[in-house]
Write a new protein. Structure first.
Length: 318
């Protein structure tokens, strides 16, 4: 009797799973993603993504193929992937002048191809496939350096991190298309809900995944839940444990700056002077590597963030 009940429950569960899968298959035989229509409706049109050649070796060709498949799986008919003709690599740690030139060229490519987001490869040592997502700038609204610096975060692409990449691509898209907060936040929450635990990631890419997870929770927390901001704070703390200050001081300083910004927002929301003081410590740590001589624009951005935190602390003490 017990065996019959057990097998009956098993078959009932299997039938539910089968019906669920069948309901997700479209008329063309392709598995539907419930977010496809939601993203398309929020954008009001198809999101156009420009993918330039990532290299000339077989590994780069395979990466580009998997990237296209992953984008189409995550966005479906809500996206068009346009193939660029010329390779475009973006090196980390470039001077501000070279960074400006690269960004100007990126905007030119986006305009010429009438695209919203450009995907380019960041040249790094090792085998990690780090990509940069550049959003088309609006002619109606100028983009400040602080905004560029906040969103200019390389993202790892792999099978394990595909959901992180999809969420980051959606963030880049709504920067270009300006999807309203009431439409984009529910979609972003659903995409973040699919993220896999970072603890399962290989050690060599864990820091990048932690920073990207923290970035996404930070975006949610800035417009909503304090819990999301605290998840972002913990993510930045964990990333700093993975990063080597000696090996990559500017990346380490960037995470310190991000941590300080999240702590400042939490301190403002909770009216907590001790949290604001922690933010000030984090900004000063960032400035120990983001010096005026080494990285003048990054130095200026962190100085601006530090000034905001000091002003918030001063206002609370009055």
């Amino acid at each position: 009797m017990v065996n019959k009940l057990t097998w009956g429950a098993f078959y009932a569960g299997a039938a539910r799973l089968w019906n669920d899968w069948i309901s997700r298959i479209g008329s063309n035989g392709v598995l539907r993603n419930p977010l496809h229509k939601e993203i398309g409706a929020a954008a009001g049109r198809r999101i156009r993504v420009l993918l330039v050649p990532l290299g000339n070796d077989p590994r780069s060709f395979a990466l580009a193929f998997l990237l296209r498949r992953s984008i189409k799986h995550a966005f479906g008919r809500a996206v068009d992937v346009v193939t660029g003709a010329e390779p475009f690599a973006w090196n980390s740690g470039e001077s501000f002048e070279l960074f400006t030139q690269r960004r100007r060229l990126a905007q030119q490519l986006l305009q010429e191809n009438r695209c919203d987001v450009l995907i380019i490869r960041q040249s790094v040592s090792g085998s990690a496939s780090l990509l940069r997502l550049v959003s088309a700038e609006s002619k109606r609204q100028a983009t400040s350096y602080l905004q560029i610096e906040k969103f200019d975060l390389p993202v790892l692409f792999s099978f394990r991190s595909r959901h992180v990449f999809a969420a980051r691509l959606f963030v880049a898209a709504f920067q270009a298309i300006h999807i309203s907060e009431s439409l984009r936040i529910p979609i972003l929450k659903k995409m973040i809900g699919r993220l896999t635990p970072v603890a399962k990631a290989p050690a060599q890419v864990r820091d990048s995944m932690l920073v990207n997870h923290a970035f996404l929770y930070r975006l949610l927390g800035e417009v909503g839940s304090l819990d999301d901001l605290k998840r972002a704070m913990q993510g930045y703390h964990d990333a700093l444990l993975e990063l080597s200050r000696e090996r990559d001081p500017l990346t380490w300083a960037g995470v310190q700056d991000d941590l300080g910004d999240v702590l400042r927002i939490i301190g403002d929301k909770e009216q907590d002077a001790s949290t604001l003081q922690q933010a000030i410590v984090a900004f000063n740590e960032a400035l120990s590597e983001r010096t005026r001589e080494r990285a003048p624009m990054l130095w200026a951005a962190t100085q601006s963030n530090l000034g905001t935190a000091l002003a918030s602390l001063g206002a609370q003490k009055q």
